[in-house]
Write a protein that binds this ligand. Structure first.
Ligand SMILES: *[C@@H]1O[C@H](CO)[C@@H](O)[C@H](O)[C@H]1NC(C)=O
Ligand SMILES: *[C@@H]1O[C@H](CO)[C@@H](O)[C@H](O)[C@H]1NC(C)=O
Ligand SMILES: *[C@@H]1O[C@H](CO)[C@@H](O)[C@H](O)[C@H]1NC(C)=O
Ligand SMILES: *[C@@H]1O[C@H](CO)[C@@H](O)[C@H](O)[C@H]1NC(C)=O
Ligand SMILES: *[C@@H]1O[C@H](CO)[C@@H](O)[C@H](O)[C@H]1NC(C)=O
Length: 391
């Protein structure tokens, strides 16, 4: 639906593009038939656009750049600032947001909400190629943080593993809807580091979510003043995340994913790190619980967008309207009744399973404000949240 709306916008853009293309005639004679932007996005496939394969990287990047300029023509940048101030291509600095979380904690939903902002480039789960592990320190921390930093700088030159992995796991890019539109039309460029580095640089907003590094490591990104990144820690009740993970084929048997003691030790470590980061970077670090977000998504998101420095665009509202009302779609769908979604585990786990998690999560649950169930009937109806504070 959001995509659809974007396409309508792009339809209008065709006219702009025709002009743009007319002006670039002298340097690109191959544009003998003006390629309409909505065609590029709508039909996409190279068979339908034999000329798509003739465009150079530079030409494709230019097309994307004008699409962004068009999509953001009404965007209220802060006073005195404009699009170029935010693009690496023009020597500017993007608004960068990073969500640090773990598996099945609602980050797909939150990531897609942020990506609904026009002009956003979404680094979806950049550490997928590390497998089902948590990165807490050596041996993987340095290379993982280096990868995140490269991506936030739109530098794909040293990310061959990641790109190779992506070729056979295309969902790596599919959440990055604007890039994926380009991939569908220009598949020969999709996994090309040169192309990715240049196209990434024309986007003013860069968002990222990762479920594989623990918060302590994110300090290295926050410390980098040049990146000026905002970091959000997204937390979830371990009973909810562990229940949800039971049904994923990639989780059972992977200790970092399915062992309550490891999951909750990470929550405790994240809590200490959160206190530190909140002190050191009060304007660039925040934490939120998935349950709080779901119970009042509009207000929390407005607040989060303010924190990120992003405008709460009508495209975001439309995305929310179409994704928060009723439960449609499958398990990895981001459409759900957000008010009941976070508490599903109360019906899906029996009391002994809940107790087993709680025994391993005593401290984590106390720190993050999650209440224990007293007995089977209490479990089915209680409200598991209380207050917490990282101040
Ligand atoms: C591709 O370009 C050639 C000339 O460069 C043109 O004759 C042809 O019609 C174009 N095909 C499409 C589908 O745009
Ligand atoms: C990526 O694209 C550029 C520009 O077309 C090309 O020169 C380069 O060889 C490509 N790289 C790979 C790895 O295919
Ligand atoms: C609770 O669920 C687990 C896993 O499905 C099962 O092995 C166990 O027997 C159940 N316990 C009770 C008391 O129903
Ligand atoms: C279950 O726990 C609730 C809340 O602590 C309590 O009020 C209720 O009496 C308990 N029920 C049984 C059957 O123990
Ligand atoms: C929660 O709020 C109560 C009452 O305001 C307060 O006494 C308690 O310390 C708070 N707990 C946390 C973890 O902040």
């Amino acid at each position: 639906m959001a995509r659809r709306n974007e396409l309508l916008g792009l339809g209008l853009l065709a006219a702009v593009c025709l002009l743009f293309i007319a002006f670039s005639q002298k340097e690109s004679p191959r544009y003998s038939r003006a390629l309409k932007y909505e065609e590029l996005y709508d039909e996409g496939l190279p068979e339908a656009h034999p000329n798509a394969s003739l465009l150079s990287v530079k030409e494709v990047v230019r097309l994307q750049q004008s699409a962004i300029r068009y999509a953001l023509k009404d965007y209220p940048f802060p006073a005195g600032r404009r699009l170029n101030d935010y693009t690496l291509a023009a020597g500017g600095r993007p608004l960068r947001t990073v969500i640090v979380t773990t598996w099945r904690s609602g980050s797909t939903f939150l990531g897609d909400v942020i990506n609904a902002v026009p002009g956003n480039y979404y680094h979806y789960e950049p550490l997928l190629d590390y497998g089902i592990i948590q990165i807490r320190g050596p041996p993987h921390a340095d290379s993982a943080i280096a990868s995140l930093r490269s991506l936030l700088n739109c530098d794909y030159s040293s990310l061959q593993n990641y790109l190779e992995y992506g070729k056979t796991h295309t969902y790596l890019f599919m959440h990055n809807t604007r890039l994926w539109g380009l991939c569908e039309t220009f598949p020969h460029y999709c996994w090309n580091a040169t192309f990715l580095s240049s196209v990434c640089k024309v986007f003013p907003f860069q968002s990222m979510k990762t479920v594989r590094i623990r918060l302590r490591l994110a300090e290295e990104l926050l410390r980098d003043e040049k990146l000026n990144v905002k970091v959000l820690l997204l937390m979830r009740d371990p009973r909810g995340s562990l229940q949800s993970r039971k049904h994923r084929d990639w989780c059972p048997g992977e200790p970092d994913c399915d062992k309550p003691n490891l999951v909750c030790a990470d929550m405790v470590a994240d809590y200490s790190a959160a206190i530190q980061l909140k002190k050191l970077y009060p304007d660039r670090f925040r934490a939120i619980r998935y349950e709080d977000l779901c119970m009042d998504p509009y207000n929390h998101l407005k607040d989060l967008f303010k924190f990120f420095g992003l405008y709460f665009h009508r495209a975001v509202r439309e995305f929310l309207d179409s994704h928060t009302k009723k439960d449609v779609g499958g398990v990895s769908s981001t459409s759900r009744d957000t008010k009941s979604a976070p508490f599903h585990w109360r019906a899906d786990l029996n009391f002994s399973e809940v107790q087993y998690i709680e025994e391993n999560c005593d401290q984590a649950m106390k720190l993050w404000g999650y209440i224990k169930a007293s007995n089977e009937s209490h479990l089915r109806e209680f409200h598991p949240l209380t207050n917490y504070s990282i101040e």
